[in-house]
Design a binder for this molecule. Sequence first.
Ligand SMILES: Cc1cc2nc3c(=O)[nH]c(=O)nc-3n(C[C@H](O)[C@H](O)[C@H](O)COP(=O)(O)OP(=O)(O)OC[C@H]3O[C@@H](n4cnc5c(N)ncnc54)[C@H](O)[C@@H]3O)c2cc1C
Length: 318
Amino acid sequence: MSNVLIVVEAQPDGSLRKATLNALTAGKQLTAKTGGELHAVVLAKDAGPLANAVKEYGVKVVHAGSAAHLAHFTADVVAPAVAEIATAIKAEYVGAAATQAGRDVMPRIAARLKAAMASEILGVTADLQFTRPMWAGAVIATVKLGTAVKCFTARTTEFPMAEKGGSGEVKAFSPAAPAKPLQKVVAFKEVKSARPALTEARVVVAGGRGTKGDFKDIDALADELGAAVGASRAVCDAGWQPNDLQVGQTGKVVAPQLYIAAGISGAIQHIAGMKGSKTIVAINKDGEAPIFQVADYGLVGDLFKALPELQAAVKAGK
Ligand SMILES: Cc1cc2nc3c(=O)[nH]c(=O)nc-3n(C[C@H](O)[C@H](O)[C@H](O)COP(=O)(O)OP(=O)(O)OC[C@H]3O[C@@H](n4cnc5c(N)ncnc54)[C@H](O)[C@@H]3O)c2cc1C
């Protein structure tokens, strides 16, 4: 009977971040095999409302840690509080979604629990090992963690979102503030966009170096489709688009229903971030570009001609 603890993440407005639902599914897959209980931990200034939302998703107990020093989700304050609960409930597995925050906090939680960690897990095997990508997804490794407590981050695109079912118990606790805080949030500047979040969008229109930094047609098609905009690293490194739009191994992992890649060659590190997309459309003037190997539909042509035509066709079809 090994318990599983999942770290819950909130949106800036305090509501539940969907990625947590994917992590909860990973947790459920583990408890189905261990026979243990699924617990979750919410940490916030006032964790109550979010804990009440999470308890609806088939979680046995939601630990709601409220304290003024938890106003910001920094590893400095989150890691000790999660470790405290993990120890108290004798969790064998502690996990989070492989978001930027999850990637930040989980190694610190693992260090505190003297736990081995598997990052970006793709699945759980029958004998409780984890599959995870290596070498930008060129190799899928099966890893066995040998420590008493085991930590993981779950790739959100590989686990469906947990569905509502059953109502768990909420247990409040008051995490102590770290004696010597190492991190201080000096400002929080939220990027406001009318477009959907890149990792949660049903459609993504992404541009690469072939755009030469001109995203006008990418933006227009994205707006026509109600899509999010993504970019290759070449684009972000050039400063043409902000880093938070980068898709790939060192950017965001997305799996929308439709991914349109324009002027992107299809380097392995980019593919690692979008190959889970349901339908991939590639527009590239080089017919030999590797992106065509993963594309469901490929158009060899100039993106500056194709994208406006595509936008006009979508508009006409509405
Ligand atoms: C450790 C590491 C991590 C990395 N992580 C990432 C990552 O997370 N994400 C990422 O994207 N990359 C990543 N990279 C970089 C990656 O290797 C590639 O360099 C990058 O993806 C290339 O971006 P690109 O396809 O936009 O540019 P290019 O490879 O230069 O391709 C541009 C493409 O545009 C086409 N083109 C040009 N003009 C037009 C036109 N008018 N119409 C249509 N097509 C046109 C060209 O034929 C070409 O195929 C990483 C690299 C390393 C080493």
